[in-house]
Each structure stands twice: as C-alpha cells, then as structure tokens.
Design a protein around this ligand. Structure first.
Ligand code: 13P
Length: 291
C-alpha cells in the first residue's frame, strides 16, 4: 500500500474512540524504527515533520522520497500518512507539491480573519491533491523548532468557524505545551475540550504536546474527541537515554566488537524508540487496529 492521507484513519479512530499517534521524525533511523514498530503493532501511524527537521533532512522532497522508499522497502502494510507539522502557508503548499499526504497549516499566530482566509485556501488546495489537512486555533504553549507560543486557549466559536470550512482535523490549544511540562502545570482543560467538540459538531481534534501528559489524562481527552496525539520529545528522550547508557557502559570503545560502528552505536536508541512507540500505540488504542 502507498502512503495514504490521514483522513480515513483519523475518522475511524474518532468513531472508535481511540487516537492515532503522530510521531515527529528527524532522520532515517527515526523513520525506520517507527515504521517497524507500527507494522509489528498492526497500528496505523502518522509520521510528521516540522519545517526545521525537514530543513535538516535537506528539504521536503528528500523527506517525501526517503519516507516512501523506506516504507516500500520494509513492505509496510499498515496505513501510514506523511504529515507536515506546524506548517507555514508557504511550507504547506510546498509539501503538497512534494508528495506529502497530509499537512498542518498553523495560522494560530495570525489575526483570526487571516487564519480563516489562509486556512480556507489551503483546505481547498490540499483536498484537490487528495491530501488531508489540519488547522489550528489557539496556541500550543512552549517552543518547537523555533515555533513559539504562549499557549493561548482556543475559542470554541473560532474552532466552529474553521471546522465548518471542511478541515479534516483541528488542533486547539487547551493548556497543552510542547516539550517538557513544568512541575506546576495545571493539566489539560478537559471542559474546554468538550465545549470545542460540541461546537465543532464532532470534528476529530488533535492533541499537541503529547510528551509527559499522564496516559489517563490523554484517554480522558480521547473520550472528548481527540483522535490524533502528537509526540516528539518523548522519542528524543528515549533515544538519548539508551544512547547515553551504551556509551557510558563503554561499549562504543570495544574495538574487537566494533562498538563504534554507527549501526551499533545507534541501535540501542532505535530499540528504545520502538519500545516507546509500541507502548504509546497500546496506551492510546491504535494497537491492532490495522489487523
Ligand atoms: P512534544 O514534543 O511535547 O511531544 O510535542 C509534539 C508536538 O506536539 C508536535 O507538534
């Protein structure tokens, strides 16, 4: 199966009260590890790329070709979408051209009327190319790859207006933050999430900042309409901890076993990514759903 738009998997998740994990990728190792884990878990998945990570990987075309080729070489059978995370207006257009199957347009920093106009235009363009599209109302707090927001909570009426444009899924700020949550974090605003779900007539919602939210709180959010959970930092932390352990144990210096070979050096990190991906597909309910 080729890469697919995220619409069908997200709609099924919404109807079945579970969520699809959207994992940010940074390189070949991330892509391969996530795909292998999701194939073994029989879980649909979204691979997402920030504009900064795409630049690091030499551009959208390189990313699209790399993901398609790894996907085909591994003979992946579960549904996989390639999605732009927090896209700008120009970035979303470029990804649609480059062969992404899903894009996010994050116009939340614009005055609402401008967010609305740009969202409307990009929704039409994405759909003309068979691409799914996510838009955003209200900011996700913290900073990710240079995209910073103070974490303004979404206005349900504005959410309803953007939902009515025909967006496939909607990101709405409900107190969630990218990166590591501060110790005094107040938690997700689940009442606001419910209000948004009602105001948007049951539009599938996206929970950004999936790292560090207790799984039972994520599941409460899923009950209130969240169907896509974005996770970036957690996989970075899992990779870092396993790589650190390998190096601190001195295995990288074992000349006889060639512990310095990058394929050996990166393997514990990749295995840690796979374990975390499997854990999250189980926690958020997509495990086994592509059987
Ligand atoms: P975390 O890095 O907090 O998991 O957030 C990921 C995200 O929301 C990507 O858009």
């Amino acid at each position: 199966m080729a890469l697919v738009s995220a619409t069908e998997m997200i709609n099924k998740a919404h109807a079945g009260h579970y969520a699809i994990c959207a994992f940010n990728i940074n390189n070949l190792e991330w892509t391969k590890s996530i795909l292998e884990a999701c194939e073994a878990a029989k879980s649909p998945v979204i691979l997402e790329v920030s504009e900064g990570a795409a630049k690091y990987m030499c551009g959208y075309k390189t990313v699209a070709n790399m993901v398609k080729n790894i996907h085909d070489a591994l003979k992946i059978t579960v549904p996989v979408a390639l999605h732009l995370d927090h896209g700008t207006y120009d970035g979303a257009k470029a990804c649609i051209e480059a062969g992404f199957t899903s894009v996010m347009f994050d116009g939340s920093h614009y005055p609402f009327e401008e967010n609305l106009a740009k969202s409307k235009e990009l929704i039409a363009l994405a759909h003309a190319h068979g691409c799914s599209i996510e838009c955003e109302v209200g900011g996700i707090g913290g900073s990710e790859d240079g995209v910073t927001s103070s974490g303004e909570k979404a206005n349900p009426q504005e959410c309803a207006t953007i939902a009515a444009l025909g967006v496939d899924f909607l990101a709405a700020g409900i107190g969630n933050i990218h990166g590591i949550y501060p110790a005094d974090w107040k938690g997700l605003d689940l009442d606001l999430l419910h209000e948004i779900q009602v105001a948007t007539n049951g539009k599938p919602l996206v929970l950004h900042g999936g790292t560090g939210i207790p799984y039972d709180m994520v599941n409460e959010a899923i009950k209130r309409g969240v169907s896509k959970v974005n996770v970036n930092t957690d996989l970075q932390l899992a990779f870092q901890a396993a790589t650190r352990e390998y190096i601190l144990s001195g295995k990288d210096e074992d000349k006889a076993k060639k512990g310095f070979d990058p394929r050996k050096l990166l393997k514990p990190g990749c295995e840690a990514i796979k374990a975390k991906v499997t854990e999250m597909t189980k926690a958020f309910g997509s495990y086994g759903k592509a059987e």
